[in-house]
Design a protein around this ligand. Structure first.
Ligand SMILES: [Zn+2]
Length: 206
């Protein structure tokens, strides 16, 4: 929200409040009794408190939108769950290691849609392609099978990723389960299970 928009919002609230006061008292201020003047004073104080509250609310909204100066904020990210646009947001619920609020992409239809996607913390750019819940679940499954596999056969991290790239036809850049789509996850699980069942674990991809 811009400063001009905030001012307009306050003026709008002020007008509503003043009209309310006038209607309530229904006469000219010169005709007010001492009691009425005290009551008016209280009304004005309530009004000012209302304005300050409105400013505080507007400022919170403004800081929430301050991520818009980030490079990634101009990126177009589509929610994998419902197809709506996603917005770059911050959360203090899962802060960064330095305590700063975490940047993330959230569905513009929140709270109806709870789709989220991770963002690079320096630029705000989306990390890879947003995945829907089903894809995320398959990635977790694929990761579990993969971890179990290389632990069972005592592969190093490097060896296991070389194996993954060999059987999946991926590269150092693309060979990450976090970037896999559902079909790739299913294929990886199938291939790893085939390896395990045939005891074809002699592969050493150094
Ligand atoms: Zn969504």
């Amino acid at each position: 929200m811009t400063d001009v928009a905030i001012k307009k919002e306050i003026i709008k609230k002020a007008e509503g409040f003043i009209l309310g006061i006038i209607a309530q008292h229904g006469k000219d201020i010169s005709q007010f009794t001492d009691m009425e003047k005290t009551l008016l004073q209280q009304d004005i104080e309530a009004f000012v408190a209302g304005v300050f509250n409105a400013v505080a609310v507007a400022k919170t909204e403004q800081s929430r939108n301050s991520t818009s100066n980030l490079e990634g904020a101009s990126a177009k990210v589509i929610c994998a769950d419902c197809g709506s646009n996603m917005k770059l947001r911050t959360t203090t619920k899962y802060p960064n290691k330095d305590g700063s609020p975490r940047l993330f992409w959230g569905c513009s239809k929140y709270p109806e849609c709870k789709g989220t996607h991770s963002a690079h913390q320096n630029s705000g750019k989306p990390m890879g392609n947003p995945a829907n819940k089903e894809t995320k679940d398959w990635r977790v499954k694929a990761h579990d099978v993969f971890d179990e596999f290389w632990q069972k056969y005592n592969y190093s991290r490097k060896e296991s990723y070389n194996l993954l790239n060999t059987i999946m036809g991926t590269t150092h850049e693309t060979g990450h389960i976090a970037k896999f789509n559902m079909d790739q996850c299913k294929l990886l699980i199938k291939k790893l299970k085939a390896y395990t069942s045939k005891e074809q674990y002699v592969y050493k991809g150094r």
